[in-house]
Design a protein around this ligand. Structure first.
Ligand SMILES: [Ca+2]
Length: 484
């Protein structure tokens, strides 16, 4: 019987322990949207008001189809579709996606390469445009984990460990790619801001720009100043082409918006003497020197608050030099080195392969060579831009540990207080019990005393009576003897 009882208890104990495990397994079970299978590109047909839509299906930026405001594009497939991937060929406006009787509002983030998850299977969907725009390519995917080259962008950073300013698409890779791969690969939040766009001049470079960033591991969508790409060969000429104040305002706005711990930008001498690189580098220097001053571009100070960047690095700057090690395999980049990832990213800039530039840490434009232009946290002793910096993620962890420590301290304090109250209460209770028991003890003692006294009295009485009887017996015996 005892054995059965013990066995039952053990079974009950195991059941109790297994409940949370089962709950966890249930919560980790793949939802219908992911992930136990690999998604594949589906075979689709695309139609829109009798237009020739072949250019949307050839995975080529050189073929695009122009649409007007209000146009509808229908995508159909024999396979169950779970996501639609559009490569817009222009600045993206809001648009709607209809399927299975639902309407989804898209395009709000302006992602030029935009993937939209459908959340449920469908074989037919309709894209409705709110503005005129061209589209380069449309593809669709079945349920499951997406191929790595499908770009599912995150919004720009809220706060950035690194804010990297590049004048043009491909400068970010050729000259600053060592920073992007190294620190993006380390999990730092890295925001890229471009001075110029190419929509009016070479729109294919807008595609190449984000293809390159995606390849080098950046996942937060870049921002852009929208300045035209115009070549110049001196700072003075660049200041004639561009409004230097507008460039500084663009830089300062983004510093205050993203609150970077570290700013990185191009060479004051424009690498190979490009005036736009020079004006941007000069604007970054002047802006980091002044972005903590509310009187410096007060509009963005009002909007975002002022901000003082802790460290600012310039490409090829001759003072406080550091040299990044770009030969370490990086897990998040498929174990490629930063140099390999940057080289792969530069190949995405297909239109720029005609030039002699290469991604290298061993030539005059080395993407490993930087100098510390400005610091509020001390100079470097090594070759790591993160020296003397606590990243936002690390700051958050420290804050969480601090809050946990405060919470633990409060709990311990409450427990100690509670224990003290319990001890005092127990002592009081014991004293109270002791006090309460005093009359009982006294009564018992008095009773005991009374019993003793009674016994003594009784003994004395018996002894006295015996003596009297003895005396009387003796007297009677004496009288009897006399008579005889
Ligand atoms: Ca195309």
């Amino acid at each position: 019987m005892k054995k059965i009882y013990t066995l039952s208890l053990l079974i009950l104990f195991c059941i109790i322990l297994s409940v949370p495990v089962l709950a966890d397994e249930a919560s980790d079970a793949p939802s219908s949207a992911d992930n136990s299978v690999l998604s594949k590109q589906a075979s689709i047909t695309v139609k829109s008001n009798g237009k020739n839509c072949k250019g949307l299906l050839d995975d080529s930026y050189s073929t695009v189809v122009k649409f007007n405001s209000g146009d509808e594009i229908t995508v159909e497939s024999d396979e169950a579709l779970r996501g639609i991937y559009i490569k817009w060929h222009g600045e993206v406006n809001p648009w709607t996606l209809s399927y299975n009787g639902k309407t989804k509002y898209c395009g709000e983030n302006g992602f030029v390469h935009e993937y939209v998850d459908l959340e449920e299977d469908t074989t037919s969907l309709t894209i409705t445009l709110s503005e005129s725009i061209s589209i380069s390519d449309i593809s669709a995917y079945t349920r499951g984990t997406l191929p790595e080259d499908v770009q599912v962008w995150k919004k720009p950073c809220k706060t950035a460990d690194f804010l990297v300013f590049a004048a043009h698409a491909d400068d970010d890779i050729l000259f600053l790619g060592g920073v992007l791969a190294t620190y993006g690969g380390k999990g730092c939040s890295v925001q890229v801001a471009y001075m110029c766009d190419f929509w009016n001049k070479e729109p294919v470079r807008e595609h190449e720009k984000i293809d390159g960033l995606w390849e080098i591991g950046i996942r937060n969508y870049p921002v852009c100043g929208g300045f035209a790409d115009i070549k110049s060969l001196s700072l003075e000429r660049a200041k004639e082409i561009y409004s230097y104040d507008e460039v500084k305002e663009f830089v300062t706005d983004n510093i205050r918006r993203f609150k970077p711990l570290i700013c990185v930008t191009q060479d004051l001498n424009g690498e190979y003497g490009h005036g736009a690189h020079m004006i941007l580098a000069n604007a970054v220097c002047e802006s980091v020197d002044n972005s903590s001053d509310p009187a410096y571009f007060p509009e963005s100070a009002d909007k975002y608050g002022t901000f003082d960047v802790q460290k600012t690095y310039l490409h090829l700057y001759p003072d406080n030099k550091i040299r990044l090690d770009l030969h370490i395999p990086i897990e998040t980049l498929g174990k490629r080195t930063a140099l390999e990832a940057a080289s792969d990213a530069y190949l995405k800039h297909v239109s720029q392969q005609v030039w002699d530039f290469v991604v290298s840490d061993n030539y005059e434009h080395s993407c490993a060579e930087f100098g510390l232009y400005r610091t509020t946290v001390g100079t470097d002793t090594g070759n790591d831009m993160l020296e003397n910096i606590i990243t936002y993620e690390a700051q958050q962890k420290l804050e969480e540990e601090k809050q946990a420590s405060i919470a633990a301290s409060i709990t311990a304090s409450k427990e100690a207080e509670s224990l003290a109250q319990y001890t005092t209460s127990n002592k009081t209770s014991a004293l109270s019990k002791k006090t309460d028991s005093m009359p009982v003890i006294i009564i018992i003692l008095l009773l005991f005393l009374a019993i003793i006294l009674t016994i003594i009295c009784a003994v004395k009485y018996i002894r006295s009576k015996n003596k009297r009887l003895s005396r009387k017996y003796a007297q009677n015996k004496k009288k009897h003897n006399r008579r005889n």
